[in-house]
Design a protein around this ligand. Structure first.
Ligand SMILES: Cc1cc2nc3c(=O)[nH]c(=O)nc-3n(C[C@H](O)[C@H](O)[C@H](O)COP(=O)(O)OP(=O)(O)OC[C@H]3O[C@@H](n4cnc5c(N)ncnc54)[C@H](O)[C@@H]3O)c2cc1C
Ligand code: SF4
Length: 331
């Protein structure tokens, strides 16, 4: 085991300052991803900065713009079962409950969910080259067994997917992420938070050193009448998505007035295509229109040796989930 120090931060400033003074340190929330990575020797922080005492990160509150603010340390289960989330943001509740297991959701925090790392087998296997784990060593998945890998937004350096379910719903809802840092906090639009692999697959997101996620803002528009999260996977529980789709619609007089479509399991970040959403506006919510929207989303999809099936699977998932969201078909 690699020895490490443990520090319990008393407030956000202390946590942020400790992280800036030691770039080998990591924040510890629920530990459900970080501790696993440490056990596998994939993550080797020399210090864990435990942020679990930061009371300001632990609540769900009303936001002045009519939405809700989710504390970064609120557990995934407490978020999914919160009355306000279930009534106003059922898409988010559905997506969270599609992930992991009850025990894991009890520990996993909202902030940690956004920052969980890929489940690429080679990333976890320290005997194999991996540009995400050891930049410059190569990508074992490109010529290897790449069944679970990405078909959108890939690069020649990495074809990993981001595994979160919760984040697919947050992308569809257009959430915002609030941060704290002794050098200045900010608000980041969800679409700008996670990164594509490009030349730097080792960097998953745009958080800066010393920056903590404090909360996630859900906009007032909650899409609580027409929504659906569909997760397709090898087992029906306790497995990551091969393809997932979060669909949220506003309907009036039989036509779509607003549409949100976000996809999981297909790219290095939750995948949202506003061109496809715009295409659906003022159209009927039928199979043909969802199929055409899927073609827009998937026109640049590229399959690798073992994952080409995801292109057709994603198309069918988009159609089926669109009809479900419109209440025209049961999930
Ligand atoms: C067996 C298994 C199955 C799973 N299945 C699914 C699934 O189907 N779907 C799914 O979505 N997820 C799944 N998960 C992942 C799970 O949701 C994540 O592990 C969890 O959300 C991470 O949250 P955490 O609080 O435990 O994070 P931690 O492990 O504590 O931290 C993760 C990372 O986030 C950083 N961090 C945490 N909080 C903050 C903060 N506030 N500010 C800045 N940095 C922070 C940490 O430094 C670390 O780098 C699964 C996990 C396991 C182990
Ligand atoms: S896909 Fe990304 S994470 Fe997987 S081996 Fe290649 S570089 Fe590593």
């Amino acid at each position: 085991m690699t020895p490490f120090n443990y520090l319990l931060a008393k407030d956000a400033d202390e946590a942020s300052a400790l992280s800036i003074s030691n770039t080998k340190a990591k924040f510890l929330a629920g530990g459900t991803n970080l501790i696993d990575l440490m056990k596998e020797n994939v993550a080797r922080p020399d210090t864990l900065i435990d942020i679990n005492k930061l009371a300001a990160f632990k609540s769900i509150t009303e936001h002045e713009d009519g939405g809700l603010r989710l504390g970064a340390l609120v557990r995934n289960a407490d978020t999914a079962y919160d009355d306000r989330i279930q009534k106003r943001y059922p898409l988010l509740s559905q997506a969270i409950l599609a992930g992991a297991s009850a025990q894991l959701r009890n520990m996993a925090s909202n902030g940690g969910n956004l920052l969980q790392r890929t489940r690429c087998y080679y990333f976890y296997d320290t005997a194999t080259p991996c540009n995400k784990r050891e930049p410059g060593t190569g990508c074992s998945a490109l010529g290897g067994y790449n069944r679970i890998h990405a078909i959108l937004g890939t690069s020649e350096n990495c074809i990993a997917v981001f595994p979160s379910d919760m984040c697919v719903a947050l992308a569809a809802l257009g959430a915002r992420i609030n941060t704290h840092c002794v050098q200045g906090g900010r608000t980041i639009a969800f679409a700008d938070f996670h990164r594509l692999p490009g030349d730097t697959p080792d960097i998953d997101n745009n958080l800066r050193t010393g920056e903590l996620i404090t909360s996630i803002d859900l906009p007032a528009e909650s899409f609580n009448s027409h929504y659906s999260y569909l997760k397709l996977r090898d087992r029906t529980s306790y497995a990551f998505a091969l393809v997932s789709v979060a669909t949220a619609l506003s309907l009036k007089d039989g036509l779509i007035t607003d549409a949100r479509l976000a996809l999981g399991g297909l790219a290095h970040k939750p995948w949202r295509n506003t061109q496809a959403e715009d295409f659906l506006k003022n159209k009927e919510p039928n199979a043909k229109n969802f199929s055409d929207a899927a073609d827009i989303i998937l026109q640049e999809a590229r399959g690798y040796e073992y994952n080409t099936f995801k292109i057709e699977l994603a198309k069918r998932a988009i159609i089926r989930n669109g009809l479900t969201a419109a209440n025209l078909q049961k999930l």
